[in-house]
Ligand binder design. Sequence first.
Ligand code: FMN
Length: 205
Amino acid sequence: MSAKVAVLVYSLYGHQVTLSKQVEAGLKAAGVEYTTFQIEEILSEEVLTKMHANKSLTSDLPKIDPETLTQFDGFVICTGTRYGRVPASVSAFFDKTGGLWASGRLVGKLATLVTSTASQHGGAETTALTTVPFFAHHGIIFVPLGFTTPELGKVDEIIGGSAYGAATIAGADGSLQPNEADLKVAHHHGSHFGKTVAQFVAGRK
Ligand SMILES: Cc1cc2nc3c(=O)[nH]c(=O)nc-3n(C[C@H](O)[C@H](O)[C@H](O)COP(=O)(O)O)c2cc1C
């Protein structure tokens, strides 16, 4: 039985949709089964309209519910940054997992995080770091990307990714799109995480 990974996407302007597709391709290349879900929106229609958010970017995806997490060996959370941490909707989803925490049903699963920021030093790394407590309390093992691909050492162009995970820089108005290096890093992140989860699952048998 191959390892199973859930890709959880929260995206209002499309950057995480683009990166998650690369992650999916990387997971596939690693021979891992994956299912992609949307993380449910908690902001009102009025607020979303004021934010110029695209409300339908992930509407074709099933909504993740806490219980479904138990069917997977690993999770890739693909989410934009808010004030250097995950958005309220992502945090609200975490809050719904209390029952799983109480029964220890996510202990020993693996997780990793892909993000994006408006600016170059807008908090991609802090978004990963501030999500580690959620993983720790559940006994979920956080898998960082490390400097496992030379793309992460690039200084000749602006890139989003770091040792904490793939990322991209969206620009203040969201008009920048992931560049070739960002796309490669996201693909590599999927493949790296997929291989890590597969090794872990094989070792457990
Ligand atoms: C309320 C709010 C807070 C944000 N906070 C940050 C931030 O702390 N640092 C940053 O660089 N970008 C910040 N951004 C920009 C988002 O991170 C960016 O729009 C997002 O990564 C784009 O991903 P998406 O296209 O998948 O939605 C913020 C955006 C909003 C709406």
